[in-house]
Design a protein around this ligand. Structure first.
Ligand SMILES: [Zn+2]
Length: 510
């Protein structure tokens, strides 16, 4: 053991701050966005996450398995949305930093990697800088990140190891946190000294191109897994990046961590980076206009057909009230299901009451990009508090809060109106309201890929919809100001890789 004076060799801290920030979203993110998941103190952390298939659940399980004490600090998370207000960023970072004790033997930090505040384009880098300042240079810090993290050189330098999810949809958060925790304990015990290379592709890849079970991403993951079986390699992380954060480090990158071998880390990270650049044309998708997409769904011999409206991807920070496709779902000859976030419409439905008639505008509350409100009329079938627990496989056991929720039947369209934005990542999203996907011919999913963990097993077909919105798969729609140019696909020419290499300053004891 190399625990320095005052540190408890058997006690490890866990804390986190998680938000995927869409800098193109038409609304800022304030502190209240974190109100549903701002967990303070060890008891609250364990009560909330023990047994859940989340990063936090993984940390709890790993500490138990390894026989070490876990000291949970603050964990705060919010549904993806627009740029975080500075005051909120300061408050949250201060709270997280204050909750981690330098007496612990190490810290597992749970972050996204694409969190942006007005004055902190690399918020995770800033959080790590503050943690380092408090905890010191030799203090082991291992960070878990989302597969959509935009990884900066600062993050790779300030965290001893970065472990990203290997799946999209992200069904391995628990396992990656366990892996990260084991590496953390290895660092604290002096068994390993991480050297890591971050290779950035200078490519923006849309989420639809990142599904890990198919195509180019699958090939990259398979090569990464093979690298992880190489002697001396501790972790290989494929970070697809988040193209809707307009920041200097936006884009796909690779982090290879080895046990003290910078040359090996660099060689492998470069190899993955060049492989991805070679695949650049394979990350796109084909999509239809809302009318054509609905026509294709209506023509299908059996349903449900999932209409994927990626431009209004709730899990990518979009408003969840875009109406381009909704407007075309009325008066269809087949049954359709759509979930729209609209606080005013929910209240109107509640005033009408169960069995009453709802009449009024729905959606389109933010800006014209996401469409204008659609006038709808229907019978209120159900109202609910909108709470459910994930049935899985995505974050199984995690609580979700849609806020006040109403189900309104408008002809063949079953419309779910929610007070809060909740991504359709889990079947509980509709099952908690007595709705069953197989009863529909068309399901509108405000998601890019992660809807599959909810509706995938029911889908008889998938049609991607090309509509305007802050998560559009067509990046030519956006005006970028901060990404590092030249960058693919915005600029001509071959993407050029950027490489950064670091080694932790631990003493070894092996
Ligand atoms: Zn993600």
């Amino acid at each position: 053991m190399i625990a320095e004076s005052g540190r408890s060799a058997r006690s490890f801290a866990v804390a986190g701050l998680l938000h995927e920030t869409n800098t193109f979203a038409p609304f800022a993110t304030e502190i209240d966005a974190f109100s549903a998941e701002r967990i303070r103190g060890a008891e609250a952390f364990v009560a909330r996450y023990e047994g859940t298939r989340t990063s936090m659940g993984g940390a709890i399980a790993a500490a138990k398995k390894l026989g070490v004490e876990l000291k949970p600090g603050v964990y705060a998370a919010a549904t993806p949305s627009g740029t975080l207000a500075d005051a909120a960023a300061e408050e949250l970072m201060a709270e997280v930093v204050a909750s981690v004790s330098s007496e612990s033997a190490g810290l597992l930090l749970i972050v996204h990697g694409a969190m942006v505040a007005a004055s902190y384009p690399d918020l995770e880098g800033e959080l790590l800088r503050r943690l380092r300042a408090k905890l010191g240079p030799g203090f082991p810090i291992v960070a878990t990140i989302d597969l959509h993290g935009n990884v900066s050189a600062d993050m790779a330098e300030l965290a001893d190891v970065i472990v990203g999810y290997d799946t999209y949809p992200h069904v391995d958060m628990f396992e990656r946190a366990e892996e990260a925790f084991e590496l953390l304990v290895g660092c604290a015990a002096g068994r390993i000294r991480p050297a890591r290379a971050l290779a950035h592709t200078n490519m923006l890849v849309v989420p639809q191109g990142m599904m890990t079970e198919q195509g180019a991403m699958k090939e990259l993951m398979e090569r990464a897994f093979a690298m992880e079986r190489t002697a001396g390699v501790l972790n290989v992380t494929v970070a697809g990046g988040f193209p809707y954060s307009d920041v200097a480090d936006a884009g796909m990158s690779f982090i290879v961590t080895t046990d003290g071998d910078e040359a090996l880390a660099s060689r492998l990270a470069k190899e993955l980076c060049l492989m991805a650049i070679g695949f650049k044309e394979r990350f796109g998708i084909s999509a239809l206009s809302p009318r054509d997409a609905i026509a294709a769904a209506l023509a299908a011999p059996e349903g449900p057909i999932v209409l994927v409206e990626g431009s209004d991807n709730v899990g990518g920070g979009a408003p969840a009230d875009a109406t381009h496709t909704l407007a075309c779902l009325t008066n269809l000859p087949k049954r359709a299901l759509a979930v729209i976030c609209d606080e005013a419409a929910v209240k109107a439905a509640m005033l009408a009451g169960i069995g009453g008639t709802f009449r009024g505008p729905v959606g389109g509350r933010h800006d014209e990009l996401h469409g204008l409100p659609v006038e709808l009329e229907g019978r209120v079938r159900l109202v609910s508090d909108g709470e459910y627990r994930h049935v899985g496989p995505y974050m199984t056991g995690q609580l979700a809060f849609m806020g006040l929720t109403a189900v309104v039947q408008c002809g063949n369209l079953t419309l779910v109106l929610t007070e809060r934005r909740v991504p359709p990542w889990d079947l509980g999203h509709v099952r908690s309201l007595g709705l069953w996907p197989a009863d529909y011919d068309i399901i509108l999913a405000k998601s890019a890929i992660a809807w599959q963990t909810a509706f995938g097993p029911f889908a008889k077909g998938v049609v991607h919809v090309d509509s305007p919105g802050c998560c559009s798969a067509n990046l030519a729609h956006f005006r970028y100001a901060s990404v590092t140019r030249p960058i693919y696909p915005l600029d001509e020419g071959e993407p050029r890789l950027r490489l950064s290499v670091f080694t932790s300053a631990f003493k070894l004891d092996r």
